[in-house]
Ligand binder design. Structure first.
Ligand code: 3H9
Length: 693
């Protein structure tokens, strides 16, 4: 094997040249890889003894795409479309040998080859849309020609990778190769091509699958309509559709030009910039400064959950889904029965929707044991309590657990607000106590706030982060502090949403503005969904807030068909006249001068205090970095990904703007708006939250 540069190499197997990329971790197409490939292809094409070329990758995967870190930097080396043309125009057949994932630019390179061989476990996809992009190196043009319009639209706008067998069915992959024998199979396939003198199959020349769509231009409009909800607020899916339309209606080279123009527009626009930031932010969360890779972890094979309510049940499902046996404890038989049957119902409904098989439902349920006795948790490696949010109740649970759980078992709390140090202090093993704060619905929401208490050991933290990954969550490590990261910031938004209503905005206006910003729902819709009576009790209710009075009126949200909104039998919300009257009463009582409140003010008042609180969270070291806060808000609270999270957004609109507003509101309304010292300092230094580490 001859090295072409330090990431590409060329070797010869008789008349077949083998070009190998070795650029860990994922063989992304950096300038060095592109240049190395171009040089290797030129040499192989020129070599008179070579009659076919195989392209393969070392390591865990075929090329996983363009190098995302290079976007936004000055271009270097050969461009990817030019590299693609060089490969496709090779006079000698080129075979791409695919294992792992051929993604984005990686798949585009493979589509420039004349044939593709893949192992069964390989996957191919165009994930560019997740980065606010479209496949920009011919993927929309060649992909559509191979897949046909419907499959191309689906694959390109969803970003979903497909397994090799499905790709073969769709025409993306030629033969499948036995696992572990890809290189040999691809070389043998190439030899066969030579022996049979097979023609060069250039995807750019194929028309068969796109020709029928020319008579049906309505396909595109229909696709837009069907997916309007899914694509709300996003630019990239629409651009992907336009590029596929160009593939159908234009000659190849013209289509390529359209694709390039649309790609560059997206790449240079704000949505893709934010989404690329989120891509790296979601990988940054796993890197913890005082927890070097290789920190020892504790084996966790069995899990106990205390509380079979909505939260406990949802948490249990995560572990069952990962194949771990779970014992769930309730205090009363009927509560336990209800909890177990809810879990079963959830699985059965997933099976009905085709998301799992009936057999998988049974496999998961077989891993679940219900009990009324805490003693049954004696052998669990991890116990998560999800009981009532009250310190005395929690302490009592921890005391009992400490006596029952085996030595070394991890004791976790799902508290959303309370001080975990206090819970740890009632045990003889505070080093084993940690917070695992799941978000409702716990089996669906991606976020897990992993809360380290003062004495939590590094092994326990490392284990919790590893477990988060194992159950498919994004774990964000935070420290103890009221409401941790997410709920502490949410409280700011909720306070302002309530205040805005008293000052003259309708609850549905506040919701509308936040939905227009990109949240899936606004603060009042969210309250109605979660239940207004979370943390409310009739005994202590003082009719002091609109929410309290709504609860007293038994308007407790969607579950009672009434809350801030009225709900019809299909759960469709309508602004409520009762609430309007109630709001009027409160306004009159509060003596606040009501006024017309602009949409801009609603947005700023809801978001800037949150950002300011985020700054305090950073200052206090509750979150490790600003990007962690963004990951919390995107994955736990529906902050629109394409806006990068609250701290990123602050950088985009300018920290001065946030600070000026906070100062003005502080002067007008008091110290609830006091700017964070960190915010002041960053503005003075001309820096942003991303500079804080
Ligand atoms: C594109 O191709 C545009 C073209 O159409 C047009 C161009 C003209 N670049 O996720 P992991 C890093 S757009 C740079 O933890 P896994 C990642 O940051 C691209 N870096 O591993 C991490 O670094 P670190 C389209 C990348 O096994 C490390 O690799 N392609 C890239 O869970 C490991 O990553 C995509 O969007 C990249 N392309 O998953 C694919 N990819 O260790 C994006 C990864 O320092 N990648 N890194 O934190 C993925 O989906 C997953 O990484 C993959 C592996 C499935 C490949």
């Amino acid at each position: 094997m001859i090295a072409v540069n330090d990431v590409t190499a060329l070797s010869r197997e008789g008349e077949v040249a083998v070009i190998t990329i070795n650029s860990p971790p994922v063989n992304a197409l950096s300038a060095k890889v592109r240049d190395g490939l171009a040089e290797a292809f030129r040499r192989a094409i020129e070599d008179p003894d070579v009659n076919a070329i195989v392209l393969t990758c070392e390591g865990r995967t075929f090329i996983a795409g363009a190098d995302i870190a290079e976007f936004g930097k000055p271009p270097q080396g050969i461009s990817l479309p030019d590299l693609g043309n060089l490969i496709e125009s090779s006079p000698k057949p080129v075979v791409a040998a695919i294992h792992g994932t051929a993604l984005g630019g990686g798949l585009e390179v493979a589509l420039c080859a004349h044939y593709r061989v893949a192992v069964q476990s390989a996957k191919c996809g165009f994930p560019e849309v997740n980065l606010g992009l479209l496949p920009g190196a011919g993927g929309t043009q060649r992909g559509t020609r191979l897949l046909g319009v419907e499959a191309a639209l689906d694959m390109i706008t969803s970003g979903r990778p497909l397994p090799a067998a499905k790709c073969r069915e769709l025409g993306l992959i030629d033969p499948l190769a036995p696992e572990g024998e890809l290189r040999e199979a691809a070389i043998a396939f190439a030899r066969d091509l030579i022996a049979q003198n097979k023609p060069l199959r250039k995807v750019r020349d194929s028309d068969e699958k796109i020709a029928p769509a020319r008579a049906h231009p309505e396909i595109f409009e229909n696709f837009r309509k069907e997916n309007a909800r899914k694509f709300r607020g996003l630019l990239a899916p629409e651009y992907c559709i336009r590029a596929v339309e160009a593939a159908v209606n234009m000659p190849f080279d013209e289509g390529m030009k359209v694709e390039r123009r649309l790609f560059e527009e997206l790449r240079d626009g704000p949505q893709s910039k934010a989404l690329r930031y989120v891509f790296f932010a979601e990988r940054e969360v796993w890197k913890i400064p005082d927890l070097p890779p290789g920190t020892p972890t504790i084996p966790v094979n069995t899990v106990g959950i205390i509380g079979a309510g909505t939260m406990g049940g949802g948490i249990a499902m995560n572990f069952l889904n990962a194949g771990m046996p779970v014992t769930i404890v309730e205090t009363k038989q009927d509560g336990l029965d209800r909890g177990l049957s809810t879990i079963r119902r959830n699985y059965e409904s997933a099976a009905k929707k085709g998301r799992m098989t009936a057999a998988e439902v049974e496999t998961r349920m077989a891993l679940l044991t219900g009990t009324l006795s805490l003693d049954d948790l004696a052998n669990c490696d991890l116990v998560v309590e999800a009981v009532f949010e009250n310190m005395d109740v929690k302490k009592d649970v921890f005391r009992k657990l400490d006596a029952i759980a085996k030595p070394g078992a991890i004791l976790a709390t799902n508290t959303s607000y309370l001080n975990i140090d206090e819970m740890a202090a009632v045990t003889t093993r505070p080093d084993c106590v940690i917070g695992l704060h799941f978000f409702s619905p716990a089996n669906i929401m991606k976020l897990l706030e992993v809360v380290r208490a003062k004495e939590t050991s590094k092994a326990v933290i490392a284990t919790a982060m590893q477990l988060a990954k194992r159950i498919g969550k994004i774990g964000v490590l935070v420290q103890v502090g009221y409401g941790f990261v997410g709920n502490r910031m949410l409280a700011q938004r909720q306070r302002e949403a309530d205040a805005l209503v008293l000052e003259g905005a309708a609850p549905w206006d506040v919701d509308r503005v936040l939905v227009e910003f990109g949240f899936p729902m606004g603060p009042f819709q969210m309250r109605d969904l979660a239940g207004l009576d979370l943390g409310w009790s009739r005994e202590t209710s003082k009719s002091a807030t609109i929410r309290e009075v709504l609860c007293e009126m038994d308007r407790r949200g969607q579950k009672t068909n009434a809350g801030y909104y009225d709900y019809d039998e299909n759960r469709k919300a309508k602004p409520s006249a009762t609430v309007e009257r109630l709001v009027e009463d409160f306004r009159a009582k509060s003596g606040v001068q009501t006024r017309r409140i602009s949409d801009d003010e609603i947005l700023e008042r809801c978001l800037y205090p949150m950002i300011n609180e985020g700054a305090k969270i950073l200052e206090e070291g509750i979150a490790i970095g600003a990007s962690d806060i963004d990951v919390v808000w995107i994955n736990g609270y529906g902050w629109p990904r394409y806006r990068g999270g609250p701290m990123y957004y602050a950088g985009e609109i300018g920290l001065e703007k946030v600070l000026d507003n906070m100062r003005a509101w502080q002067a007008e309304r008091g110290d609830a708006f006091k700017p964070a010292a960190l915010l002041e300092k960053l503005v003075a230094d001309g820096k942003t939250f991303r500079d804080v580490k």
